[in-house]
Design a protein around this ligand. Structure first.
Ligand code: ARG
Length: 399
């Protein structure tokens, strides 16, 4: 029987050419699978038909938008996941859900090989291959760009030679990866890290420097997830979409950074994630009100570990799963409302209220009538500082 390959298909030049390229190199049949994670852009049925026109024996489109929002973006929000304190894991979150759908298609069509369009330089190859190894351990992986020297120029030549239905005008100087949680823009003139980004590269956000009216939004959370916006009930997906629109219109969530990749390379990355960044800012502040200090402090340490695991392609690992349990527990009190102003590239919290609040006005107030006994503070400080005072007395001796 002819071997079968499932290909993670995006509809772009590289993965379209990869269909014929893989067939030529391996003699296998190619099944193209496109996964809708809210990337927008081209109609997915057009993409599906293009795969067939490029020689795929089967082509499928899976709608994973709600699944991606509920099972991937929500856990990231519960962990306030920001890699290197800035990047909300946009691409890192989508790879495991894509892998899951590839695994389903592989089982359905009897495929034994997984193919993807990544190069050998990035994180995504690791996320695809470790991911599939965790779901279907005996699957093998191929990456035509990396393994069969399918360079961009050769791909274009191949497309022309074989009359593949690819719009040459669509050639983009950037490498873009997008989903509902955000958009990543790489390469082109951005590879010179002194070059500033230009307005052209952005699609989810408007220029934050343009003067416009601020937008005030009320976000209701339950157990760490958004459940209503301005009083209207929303799903996780709808919350992200609405905030992408509203925060994006105010230029919120643009990130320009040099990033440490898993493979050891430092790379220049530009992101826009208006909904994600607004939600994380709101969630973080509601946590400040409702999560006890020691749990909150430890949560920040765990957040970094969770984020690095996910960035490094360990979504399906036992440690990541266990830490999800920790965050579910930590988020059990993160319920209430956050009022925030979206304006001039910033999402700023201006109000918070919660039935789970640990903020005690009578303890915190500097007005008369507070319930805090200030006389007790003095003794606390003496004992609290004692061990380092004893050490200081020794170290200052004879100086
Ligand atoms: N550097 C980011 C990450 O590893 C984004 C990768 C985006 N991929 C792309 N083809 N532009 O998560």
């Amino acid at each position: 029987m002819t071997e079968r390959v499932v290909l993670a298909y995006s509809g772009g030049l590289d993965t379209s050419v990869a269909i014929g390229w893989i067939a030529k190199e391996t003699g296998a049949e190619v099944i193209a699978v496109a996964v809708d994670v809210g990337q927008g852009g081209e109609d997915l049925d057009v993409i599906r038909k293009r795969a067939l026109a490029c020689g795929a024996v089967e082509a499928e489109v899976s709608d994973a938008k709600d699944e991606f929002a509920d099972e991937y973006c929500l856990p990231a929000l519960k962990a306030n996941a920001l890699y290197m304190d800035r990047y909300p894991l946009v691409s890192a979150l989508s790879r495991p859900v894509i892998v899951k759908h590839l695994a389903i298609a592989a089982k359905k069509h009897g495929a034994t090989i997984l193919a993807h369009g990544c190069t050998g330089k990035g994180n995504d190859q690791v996320r695809f291959e470790v991911g599939i190894a965790n779901l279907i351990p005996d699957m093998t992986c191929i990456a035509p760009v990396r393994d069969y020297a399918m360079t961009r120029d050769k791909a274009i030549e191949f497309a022309e030679l074989n009359n593949l239905p690819i719009d040459q005008n669509k050639k983009n100087p950037y490498s873009i990866d997008a989903n509902v949680w955000g958009r990543a823009i790489e390469t082109g003139f951005l590879e010179d890290i002194w070059n500033g980004p230009i307005e052209d590269i952005y699609a989810y956000t408007s220029d934050p420097r343009v003067t416009r009216e601020p937008d005030e939004v009320l976000i209701t959370f339950k157990n760490g997830g958004p459940v209503a916006i301005d009083g209207r009930p929303v799903t996780m997906l709808q919350a992200i979409q609405e905030l992408n629109r509203r925060a994006g219109a105010q230029g919120v969530g643009r990130i320009d950074m040099v990033e440490d990749r898993l493979v050891g390379i430092k790379s220049r990355e530009v992101y826009e994630a208006p909904g994600a960044m607004a939600l994380i800012a709101a969630h973080e502040e509601l946590a400040n009100v409702t999560v006890e200090r020691e749990l909150a402090r430890f949560g920040r340490v765990v957040s970094q570990r969770w984020t690095e695991l996910v960035y490094d392609g360990m979504w399906f690992s036992p440690l990541k799963r266990a830490l999800d349990g920790f965050f579910d527990d930590l988020n059990s009190t993160i319920s209430g409302e956050i009022r925030m102003t979206l304006h001039a590239g910033r999402a700023v919290v201006t109000g918070r209220r919660s039935d789970e609040s640990l903020y005690d006005f009578d303890l915190a107030t500097y007005d008369t009538g507070d319930t805090y006994d200030q006389t007790k503070a003095k003794g606390f400080i003496d004992i609290y500082g004692m061990s380092s005072s004893i050490a200081a007395r020794r170290d200052l001796q004879g100086k």
